[in-house]
Design a protein around this ligand. Structure first.
Ligand SMILES: [Zn+2]
Length: 65
């Protein structure tokens, strides 16, 4: 009789990750493509451009600015 048990799935899903820079929600495949080898995404489309991501912005902590 504890309906709360059904909502215990709200913890961090293995299908999701977050941007290190702005904490935006991103998908695992996105991190795999644009993040670094440790699964960390340093930039996402919320805080940089797609062009910057293609240039490696998501896998390096350095910035062009
Ligand atoms: Zn971001």
């Amino acid at each position: 009789m504890t309906p709360l048990q059904n909502s215990a799935v709200t913890a961090d899903s293995p299908e999701s990750a977050r941007c290190e820079n702005c904490d935006a929600h991103v998908s695992r495949p996105f991190v795999r493509v644009f993040g670094d080898n440790e699964g960390t995404l340093h930039r996402c489309l919320e805080c940089t451009t797609f062009r910057e991501l293609q240039d490696g912005a998501g896998s390096h902590s350095h910035s062009h600015t």
